[in-house]
Design a protein. Structure first.
Lengths: 488, 349
């Protein structure tokens, strides 16, 4: 060992310390960045005894990161569902407000009971018809709400697809840089962080799986196995539908022509897209069916039958009617969108110049359907028949997902129960998934994140090392000075 | 070398998230304290929401029924009162008839009494409550009977006059009625005159009421007749008893014919009183059923209300304890956050 060798080593020490300080300051700068990983300067000793900065790597944990991606996708799917169910809840609201279709069905039955207790009283007739009118309006507006929710979900799917395409394009740029950088041996840690961030953003929209190949090249699949990215970003396409009615069927989302939503074998299982599609094609559709069945039940209850001595005419719609009237909708089968078009018969509705007393007398469908043939003001048989029908169980379409045999009030209540149970389980699921996401993020952050205190202590260490190296240089300089002085 | 076990981000994130969660819970708990009900009933009850929606329907339905039973009760009470007045009048009339037999001025007096009793009966039958005629059956908007003595002569009085003239060839006011024998009078009363008060003739000449009584639903499963009508046999019999004394020339009859008339009238009125009490009994039974139904239903309403409460209400003491716990937690979370942020090696460098 010579003094000059010592000087050389001290100099390399200074250079490495400076490099390490740069890494520390990068770490400190990223302390508030949730997905930034801690960078490590790897120092090697050279054969000459000096030190050198070999490379900069980052702390990473693939398993925890995969957990984070899965948790992000799952929690976003549930949040999309929960938001939509909260909007559907507008149609029911607090049971105390008695604003749900079920409560209004009850109110209508009550109004008819009141009418039956004073059948001569025009005011009671009016109030019964008004109760019916409120119910029809509530069903109409509930249908609008449900279809709005579907249209909104469709628009959100379009936004989500747009974002997904932008993210995949960004992913492509970053991935290309990483592959190039890896081959050139450059510091790619910041690119790797950026790619992780992009991937986390992608996983919000759709569940993903990844494979890392040689040169840090990453391939991204959906959780169902459709390739989203391999060297090049694949195109995600979706044709939005602007206006929704009960019979509208939304379009699926395609990746490279393969449908990734719906019931196909390549359908994704998590991510916001899944949640939105399930709202649009499943929850909202089922709820609409339930509303439609309530509407059909009402038409059935108020339907009039031929009162002639020898009945020849088919049953016809009474107080409640629909565009297919005067025919009564077929029993036990849902008519899509019925709740949106159910209306009061103009001949009964006082606002349309009708006569509310027809509710008592019958004959809304025509002269053959008059029940009160003598025109007695105290005639209650028709009203009592209607009340009996309210209390009778009737058959509903099983595709409405609730007990197919129930009274109309019971069916309405079951529908409210169905929606609120969906909300409750979605809320529980959201809470669970969110907690899981928080834990995954925390675990990953603990494992790979930056701790300010640690960086500061390392900085102290580096400061000391720098001082020591400097001291060495000055000492060696003094020694060399004494040597030169001795020679002189 | 990996030495970190927690990152700065993880520390601050965990306190931030727990504060956010506590605030969310606090908002709900505060609402529960104020309203005494669950903050979001549907979300908390889930499928059980169906139960509270059903219970609320049931509650409203029973309340409505209690309400409509009030209407029914009122109608029954008024009907009973009217029937009682009719029975009293009939009994008084029987007494008047007996008195008339043994008095010289009997015929003229009892004729006047009969006229008044008949008017009174028809008046009672026209009792209306709440814009509906009580004795009209389901024809509640049509006056059941017309005044016998009004001008122009109503069909009822005309039919009596026609029958009398056909039988005896003279009008009731003709002094020649004194020649009618007791036997002839009895035959007339038992056949032609009685025929004027059978169901068909009554409906044609006297009454616009319907035979069909009003039916009301007094509880979920009980649909009962809750009125009577002016066409009942008892009413017709009583009307015939009053009419025969009031409008068959009573004041001019010879004594034996008068006795025949008075005896028949007394017999008819007596029968009518009996039948009316049966009618009152029937209505009384209905009244009792209504009041039992009302009682049962008011108990049901209370039970249902307490069930709804059980489902939707929160224990106020529990809710306010929860609020104070949450407040304490939140305060300590704030304090902890502040402390954690102060805790940095930077302060010691």
């Amino acid at each position: 060992m010579t003094l000059s060798a010592g000087l050389e080593v001290a100099r390399s020490g200074l250079a490495v310390t400076a490099g390490q300080t740069a890494v520390v300051s990068r770490n400190v700068a990223n302390v508030g960045n949730p997905l930034a990983s801690r960078k490590i300067a790897n120092v090697v000793t050279s054969p000459s005894g000096g030190v050198a900065l070999a490379s900069i790597t980052r702390v990473t944990n693939q398993a925890l990161f995969d957990n984070l991606l899965a948790a992000t996708s799952a929690s976003n799917a549930q949040q999309a569902i929960m938001a939509a169910l909260d909007r559907l809840d507008q149609t029911i609201n607090d049971p105390e407000l008695d604003a749900s279709p079920a409560a209004l069905v009850g109110k209508l039955a009550d109004a008819i009971q009141q009418y039956a207790s004073g059948p001569h009283d025009g005011t009671r007739a009016q109030s019964a018809v008004m109760a019916a009118s409120r119910l029809a309006q509530a069903l109409n507006s509930a249908t609008r709400t449900v279809q709005d929710v579907r249209a909104q979900a469709d628009a959100d799917i379009a936004n989500s697809v747009e974002r997904l395409n932008a993210l995949l394009a960004q992913f492509e740029t970053i991935n290309t840089e990483i592959v190039k950088g890896t081959r050139a041996g450059a510091d790619i840690t910041d690119y790797l962080d950026a790619r992780d961030r992009t991937l986390a953003a992608i996983s919000e929209e759709v569940g993903v799986r990844t494979i890392t190949r040689a040169d840090n090249d990453m391939v991204v699949f959906t959780d169902s196995g459709v390739t989203l990215f391999e060297t090049r970003a694949r195109t995600v396409t979706f044709a939005p539908t602007l206006i929704y009615s009960a019979t509208t069927v939304g379009n699926p989302v395609y990746v490279d022509g393969v449908p990734i939503t719906g019931s196909g074998s390549m359908a994704i299982g998590t991510g916001r897209l899944t949640g939105l599609v399930s709202v649009r094609d499943d929850a909202a559709v089922t709820y609409q069916r339930q509303l439609d069945e309530i509407a059909r039940g009402l038409i059935e209850i108020f339907a009039e039958s031929d009162q002639s001595a020898v009945p020849a005419l088919p049953d016809a719609t009474g107080l409640f009617t629909w565009p297919g009237g005067p025919a009564v909708p077929p029993a036990g089968v849902v008519v899509d969108g019925l709740a949106g078009v159910i209306a009061l018969a103009a001949s009964v509705d006082p606002l349309q110049g009708g006569n509310p007393a027809l509710l008592r007398d019958g004959g809304i469908a025509g002269p053959a359907y008059v029940y009160n043939t003598t025109g007695a003001a105290g005639f209650v048989d028709r009203l009592q028949e209607i009340l009996d029908r309210f209390a009778e169980p009737r058959a509903f379409d099983p595709s409405s997902n609730i007990d197919p045999l129930a009274t109309i009030g019971g069916f309405g209540a079951a529908s409210a129960a169905w929606l609120q149970e969906a909300r409750r389980s979605a809320a529980a699921e959201v809470e669970y998934r969110t907690t899981l996401l928080e834990r995954s993020a925390e675990a990953l952050s603990k494992e790979t994140g930056v701790n300010l205190d640690e960086e500061m202590t390392r900085l102290l260490e580096l400061e000391r090392a720098y001082q020591a190296s400097s001291k060495l240089i000055s000492t060696i300089d003094t020694m060399l000075g004494s040597l030169i002085a001795a020679i002189r | 070398m990996k030495t970190t076990f927690i990152s700065t981000q993880a520390i601050s994130e965990s306190t931030r998230l727990s504060i956010a969660k506590l605030q969310l819970k606090l908002a709900g708990a505060q609402k529960e304290v104020v309203t005494g009900r669950l903050a979001d009933v549907g979300l908390s009850l889930g499928y059980k929401t169906g139960e509270t929606v059903s219970l609320r329907q049931e509650y409203e339905r029973i309340r409505t029924m209690i309400d409509t039973n009030g209407v029914v009760e009122n109608r029954l009470e008024l009907t009973q009162a009217a029937l009682q007045a009719i029975v009293n009048a009939a009994q008084d009339f029987v007494g008047d008839l007996l008195a008339a037999r043994s008095s010289d001025s009997g015929p003229a007096l009892v004729k006047r009494q009969a006229e008044m009793a008949l008017s009174g009966l028809l008046d009672k039958l026209n009792t209306a409550s709440n814009d509906a005629y009580l004795f009209a059956g389901i024809n509640t908007d049509v006056r059941p009977v017309t005044d016998y003595f009004q001008v122009p002569t109503p069909a009822s009085r005309q039919s009596v006059a026609d029958a009398f003239f056909t039988q005896f060839g003279i009008t009731q006011s003709d002094p020649a009625v004194v020649n009618i024998t007791a036997a002839n009078m009895q035959t007339f009363l038992d056949t032609t005159f009685a025929g004027l008060f059978d169901a068909a003739a009554w409906a044609a000449n006297w009454s616009s009421a319907s035979d069909q009584n009003v039916r009301s639903r007094i509880s979920t499963f009980e649909l009962v007749e809750t009125s009577t009508n002016a066409n009942e046999a008892a009413i017709r019999k009583l009307a015939s008893a009053f009419t025969m004394v009031a409008d068959l020339g009573t004041e001019n009859l010879n004594q034996s014919a008068f006795y025949a008339l008075v005896d028949t009238a007394a017999q008819r009125a007596g029968e009518a009183v009996q039948e009316l009490s049966v009618l009152q009994g029937t209505l009384g039974t209905v009244q009792e059923r209504v009041s039992i139904a009302k009682e049962t239903m008011s108990v049901q309403v209370d039970i249902i209300a307490s069930h709804i409460n059980l489902l939707e209400a929160v224990d106020p003491a529990e809710a306010s304890t929860r609020v104070s716990t949450l407040l304490t937690q939140l305060e300590s979370a704030y304090a902890l956050t502040a402390r954690l942020h102060q805790l940095s090696v930077l302060n010691y460098l």
